[in-house]
Design a protein around this ligand. Sequence first.
Ligand code: HEM
Length: 659
Amino acid sequence: MDVLTFLVLIIGLVYSLYLYSRSGKQASQSGIVRIPPGPKPLPLIGNIFDLTAKELWVKATALAQTYGPVYQLSILHPSLSISQPLVFLSSPEVCFDLLDKKGGMYSDKPKLVMAGELCGCDDMVAFTGYGAQSRRQRKLIGLAFSKERIPAYQGLIERETAGFLTGLVSAHTSSASTASSSSQPLPSRFLSYIPLIRRYAGQLTLSVIYGYTVPTSYTQNVHDKFLDMAEDCVDILSNKIASGGGIWLVDIFPWLKKAPKSLESIPLFSFLPKSRAWKAKMVEFVEKPFEWVKAEIERGTQKPSFCSTLLENSDAVVPSAVTNGHMKRKSDISPDLLSSWASASSAVAKPVTANAKEYAQFEFDLKWTANSMYSASGDTTVTTVMHYFLAILQDMDTGGEVVRKARLELDLVTGLADDSPPAIKPRLPSLSDRYIDVDVPDAKGGTRKVKKPRFPYVEAVMSEVWRWGVVVPLNLPHRLTEDDVYTPPPSPSNPNPSPMFLRKGSLIFGNIWSILRSKELFGDDVDEFKPERYLPSPHEEAVLYGPHDEDEYEMIRKERKKRDPRSYVFGFGRRQCPGQNLVESSVWLLTATLLSAVDVRRPCVEGEDAKESVIIEKVDFNNSVFRTPDPFGVDIRPRSEKALEVIMLSGEGEEAESL
Ligand code: HEM
């Protein structure tokens, strides 16, 4: 350590000591209710040693077993006014009580100096503080991704899924001879699914949000300006800015950001040049696709999309777009949706009466919202599909029962089994296959239409992928905006819980991992991948879809909701994931398509002795925000000649679209 670094640390330490002595007195004078329990903080540094960058959710869950569903860790000692309390919520009841029911004070986001101010992510939806801006942004997302809007994307989702599948199958065969590199012992074909999932998630969002179609098909490995840019920035966001949990020294000591340039060669201040370089890339990522849509509108060559439709309705500023006949262009987005965006946008943007300032605000919100949806879809989708592959690899190790049971359902519709009756024309599943409408008698002697899943086991596989994998195990932290006092509900281990004082500014982590690994909710075999746990019993089935007593119906529905991983995996309250309706459809189609058309096995490679051996890799989770597995190999092949034909045929449609 050089002299200057040493000096800065000493000054920081002395300053902390000063605050420690002052704030300790204040705390002791005001103590009526106690702060939440937790491991004893060390003098000055607090619970820093209780925090780990790797799989913090596992440690956080173990701590909940000792300290209960609400406990606190602290960066720096809690008696210091500059300390940062981290509150972990580990049961559904406490998450809903605080993050949902008290959403008005639990929906803010931490002000991260490094990620937000220095790297320029302040205006991304996931980073925006709770208030007018976050509400405007979420309203815009609602226009694109509310439940009612999703059926309009059916064409896009099916096209991208078919393309992805063709890419998977082709990558496996075309790169079969690719040699492995020294750093990666597996031949690349076993890892080619990872860039393909990224591409799938990126393309789907690019077309919905910007109307941009990547000009090459999934079987062509050609770089694309926007996909590459997004890949770069998502990597910066999740692997660089968020490395170590996303908290940098400058987040705790914001004055470090004012360091003069001359100090930047010192490792302590190397975050400054890094942040400038990352910010430049992030800004480009926000601006470029948005500028592209605007240029397309000016040329009259735009495809209908979330951005173009909203922009075109702001006729005061983009006059050239108003008279273009582009709305008649062929689109995968339904005309109904386009016109509803158009009418809804006028409510949001008030373009005709808007003055320049309001319009600038609208455009600013729109471009950051668009980018946020793009950024948020990449890692989450990749992680979900990787969890699916991990689960199926395990299933194959133990005889492949999950795949067998799922295919029993799917083959009846897709005709992809070798012995499927010739009357069923072989095809991939589509989104319209998912539900059948049944008439359920209601209390007034009439009937009401209810959507009943056609493939209950496939639904159960999807639910289990969400539960077993847990994409964002500690949720994204919320920030408490006012002091609060909370008494957790009584439990068998603590029948008389005491009220707790939660300090304004605390970061609140909804521990989704601990909920989805709760034996109380899901049974003793929580670590196993077991879709059967969601299948309704014959009695539940009869009540849900037949004549029933309303009270019993409600009770069963509530109980099933409590055990539905979707009630937790997308977060809580007013910051809940706004992309969940889209992934509910897109991930279902991916799951159904992969189950019905491809076999998934562990890689098998030929050794120097010319003998083949199956590779069983230990999978690690090193990302501190998403539970993304480190890359692992998968051998993905069409299930049969019949399946290969169907995949290639569906891919041709996709290729024709992208040309
Ligand atoms: C694939 C599965 C996905 C999972 C499991 C997931 C999960 C989550 C979670 C846990 C949060 C934090 C919620 C909270 O703070 O309480 C979140 C936030 C968010 N997600 Fe997702 N997400 C997924 C996909 C997507 C997609 C596809 C999009 C966009 C198209 C998206 C857009 C967002 C945005 C914009 C936020 C920030 C919301 C805010 O802070 O107000 N997500 N997501």
